[in-house]
Design a protein around this ligand. Structure first.
Ligand SMILES: Nc1ncnc2c1ncn2[C@@H]1O[C@H](COP(=O)(O)OP(=O)(O)OP(=O)(O)O)[C@@H](O)[C@H]1O
Length: 577
């Protein structure tokens, strides 16, 4: 389907973004005297001047310099000297005969942030069961609620001419773009599903669509898309990149993409701003270098060299030959929602010591399958002969779900998104909840309640030990371990939070460890260190099994030589390949 060319935004003669050479970025409220304050980011000997027709990609680490740069583009920092007048940061918006407000016409969609002040635990398992009335808002209503509502009202109460007026050209353009995106991203069959029931990847696609289309009557002029490729399967990544290329070329809207180092640079990029750690400003400062994409590719590839080379990681773990008893056995397992069948006659046996890579496109049922194994899915109870689900030697019905949480360590985006950050827990306390798989610190020593003195002591030592062992392989030592353990979890960059959630999954040495997109937001160096850790007997010991879910082959810590096994889901059916 071709891009509807009629949608092109008018061409602006002025630069899209303008930040002067040698500018520096400070947090809002930092003292006005720049000499006395270290900037968070500095534009080395370059400026960022995005011209009409160019395609820019910002490359850098999550939760660090790249975020500062993106925040600067949203006007959330102080740039010194300020972007040159009269156009300021966005000359293409301000130097028009009728200037446009950047707060309204520049939007960000970011997948590298988590809500900081959520106090309660978000029950991610809610989506597996019956959907409550208040959660029934469909994707269609969520994508464009004002439009759906307004047109509905118009159609009910107003004469045809008013309906036409509401469907004025701008709104009509938004509708056309929405239709085009829905078709390109294959979202049609999901439109009337409750938003809550969409898979992670499906939700991400929907959020990207929503940001590109904008609010009723306000088509964004510039969209910043941060880490929009994470959590998406290979073919969706390709489609998203093609779409971004097309919408940017037609200025409908203009797009600046924020990528992690490991995401690479799309071939259509014309320019790159690379955010590197500063060597002279201090550990928390960053330097931006810009250039034509071809020149910058070389510079970035030097950084990437060796970051993802599983074969170069030495393992202290013996090859995984001594496979053991069956931990999980699914026989002809099914999951369906009314007529929608998500898993069909699924068979899978997971044995002690095995390492699995669970694969499948977005929406293929991976999370559903794992939620059966964790006992979170209501249909884990309702499998009837000839279907059966056995967990750790017993039928699932014989397990209390809280007991299962002690047998299975889980890390991934669902846990990360659900975490009650407003509770102000420290890194140490978050890891300690892993023994029982809970989300709040319990007991006098914060390692669980109702435990004897000896068990409490053992758990305290367990948390100290996993932190100490991780500390031996972690790539950056900017503080001592004790200070790190006391840090507030919610204040850490998202990649560090992901890492703490991985340690939480490992601390209790559960029989099964599930790592579902567990590297979300981690920079390449940290991913490499976590791989090394997982391959060592410090992380996983004799008898434990591990399942890794990721859409990126490079993110699997084990290779063929280690005996990695693959389980692939396609159209609700699974097979070992
Ligand atoms: N309550 C529900 N009603 C209808 N469909 C549902 C419900 N819950 C989940 N689904 C559908 O089940 C399918 C499988 O979702 P699941 O989250 O297991 O996919 P996934 O393979 O983990 O995807 P991703 O890679 O995007 O995380 C999706 O198409 C989803 O829309």
């Amino acid at each position: 389907m071709d891009f509807p060319v009629v949608l092109t935004h008018p061409k602006a003669g002025e630069p899209i973004v303008s930040i002067g050479k040698h500018s520096a970025v400070y947090p809002l409220g930092a003292p006005a005297n720049p000499q006395r304050f270290t900037p968070s980011l500095r534009f080395e000997d370059c400026a960022v001047v995005v011209e009409e027709g160019q395609a820019w990609v910002l490359v850098g680490t999550s939760g660090a310099g790249k975020d500062v740069l993106l925040q600067s583009l949203l006007g959330h920092t102080r740039i010194h000297p300020p972007p040159p007048p009269p156009g300021g940061l966005f000359p293409f918006l301000t130097l028009r005969s009728t200037p446009l407000d950047p707060h309204k016409y520049v939007s960000l969609v970011s997948f590298s942030h988590r809500p900081k002040f959520q106090t309660g635990f978000l029950d991610y398992s809610a989506r597996y069961g019956a959907v409550w009335e208040e959660d029934k808002r469909t994707l269609r209503e969520t994508l464009f609620p004002e439009l759906v509502e307004k047109i509905r009202r118009a159609e009910l109460n107003l004469p045809e001419s008013s309906v036409e007026a509401i469907r004025g050209s701008d709104v009509r353009n938004q509708e056309v773009l929405l239709e085009w995106l829905i078709e390109r991203l294959d979202l049609k069959q999901l439109l009337d599903l409750p938003m809550i029931s969409l898979s992670n990847g499906q939700t991400r696609k929907a959020r990207i669509v929503k940001t590109l289309v904008g609010q009723l009557g306000v088509r964004p002029e510039l969209v910043l898309l941060d880490e929009g490729l994470t959590g998406l399967d290979v073919s969706t990544r390709k489609s998203i990149l093609e779409i971004l290329h097309e919408v940017n070329s037609h200025r409908s809207p203009r797009v600046i993409l924020g990528n992690r180092l490991q995401d690479g640079i799309p071939e259509w990029a014309s320019h790159v701003a690379f955010v590197e750690p500063s060597t002279d400003l201090g550990s928390s400062s960053w330097v931006v270098r810009t250039g034509k994409a071809d020149e910058m590719r070389d510079r970035i590839s030097r950084y990437q060299e060796g970051l993802f080379a599983p074969s170069s990681i030495t393992s202290s773990h013996p090859p995984l030959k001594c496979i053991g008893e069956a931990l999980v056995e699914l026989k002809d397992v099914n999951v369906s929602y009314h007529e929608r069948r998500v898993l069909q006659n699924t068979n899978w046996t997971i044995r002690a010591n095995e390492r699995w890579h669970l694969q499948g496109s977005n929406g293929s049922g991976k999370t559903t399958l794992l939620s059966l194994i964790t006992g979170d899915h209501p249909q884990s109870y309702t499998q009837r002969v000839p279907s059966s689900l056995d967990l750790f030697g017993k039928n699932r019905k014989k397990w209390a779900t809280v007991q299962l949480r002690k047998e299975i360590g889980i890390a991934g985006m669902d846990v990360l998104n659900a975490w009650p950050r407003g509770r102000n827990m420290s890194v140490w306390e978050v890891i300690a909840t892993g023994f029982d798989g809970g989300f709040i610190s319990l007991g006098p020593k914060k390692v669980g309640h109702g435990l004897g003195e000896e068990e409490q002591q053992k758990r305290v030592e367990g948390v100290d030990e996993i932190l100490r062992k991780w500390w031996e392989v972690q790539p950056r030592h900017t503080e001592d371990l004790a200070a790190y353990a006391r840090r507030k979890f919610a204040d850490l960059p998202v990649g560090e939070q992901s890492l703490v959630i991985v340690l939480r999954a490992l601390v209790g040495k559960p029989k099964l460890v599930l790592l579902d997109e567990a590297w979300s937001g981690m920079d390449a160096e940290t991913v490499k260190a976590v791989h090394k850790f997982l391959r060592s007997s410090d992380a996983l010991t004799e008898g434990q099994a591990c399942i890794v879910v990721t859409h990126w082959e490079e993110e699997v810590p084990w290779g063929k030589a280690d005996g990695i096994l693959k389980y692939v889901l396609q159209d609700g059916r699974g097979q070992v390949v």
